[in-house]
Design a protein around this ligand. Structure first.
Ligand SMILES: O=c1ccn([C@@H]2O[C@H](COP(=O)(O)O)[C@@H](O)[C@H]2O)c(=O)[nH]1
Length: 245
């Protein structure tokens, strides 16, 4: 799947169940969204399950690899053959690991005759705030750590980062407009934040320059997921240019 064809809103398919995932994707048929498959579904169903659920739809394979360079490269090479539009690694894995991941994505895709996925670095999880950073020995504020990791990821040849929309202006200033930003922690105004700590509304995230939004529970836990997705898309207004792959 070509990442340029990826819609702006990616729905997080967070369930271990093939049936539930299939039902969700079915409800969203014809709605201009893509899908984000993460650790919960992948751990239960593997790549075969991913393909059964998404069919030919574009998807972001959110496995957040974080290991030594050789291991991450092997994992990225393996999954890149299966035509994800986006794969990701933790920036905290370091420069050598990120460079290895970027090279492996190209190798894996080329070997399979597939398009190269975007390779994206997770900066600071949106479930963490300044106090949490201090507790794991990182220097707050979050925004400075996010920008530090974004600059490092860009210098290693990665295509963009996962961050909160709260950091978008600082990342755009540091890394420019063609660096992709993938933004979870999205909550419609008044929505239940649950375990997220750095949340922003869908419209604000797009206004601040997000390339793609990742939206899970505000859609998947809604009484009518299709209507919830349509409401979010309507709140975004006219389409805008996305960061190029
Ligand atoms: O920093 C991050 C990185 C990834 N995620 C993922 O996004 C979705 C968010 O789900 P919600 O239900 O909308 O909170 C989820 O799959 C996470 O694994 C993130 O939230 N923050």
């Amino acid at each position: 799947m070509d990442s340029a064809a990826l819609p702006r809103v990616l729905v997080a398919v967070d369930t271990p169940s093939l049936e539930e995932a299939g039902a969700l994707v079915g409800k969203l048929r014809g709605v201009d969204v893509g899908f984000k498959i993460g650790l919960e579904f992948f751990s239960a169903q593997g790549l075969a399950g991913v393909h059964r659920v998404v069919g030919g739809a574009p998807f972001f394979l959110d496995l957040k690899f974080h290991d030594i360079p050789n291991t991450v490269a092997g994992a990225v090479r393996a999954v890149s053959a299966s035509r994800p539009a986006i794969v990701n690694v933790h920036a905290a894995g370091g420069a050598e690991m990120m460079r290895a991941a970027a090279a492996a994505a190209r190798e894996g895709a080329d070997a399979a005759g597939a398009p190269r996925p975007l390779v994206i670095a997770v900066t600071v999880l949106t479930s963490l705030d300044d106090a949490d950073l201090g507790a794991v020995g990182q220097q707050p504020p979050v925004v400075e750590q996010v920008v530090r990791l974004a600059r490092l990821a860009q210098s290693c040849g990665l295509d963009g980062v996962v961050c909160s929309a709260k950091e978008l202006p600082a990342i755009r200033a540091a890394c420019g407009d063609s660096f992709a930003t993938i933004v979870p922690g999205i909550r419609p105004a008044g929505g239940d934040v649950a375990d997220q700590k750095r949340v922003v509304t869908p419209a604000q995230a797009i206004a601040d320059g997000a390339s793609f939004l990742v939206v899970g529970r505000p859609i998947t836990q809604a009484s009518d997921p299709r209507q919830a997705a349509l409401d979010i898309l309507a709140s975004l207004g006219a389409p805008r240019a996305r960061a190029p792959p």
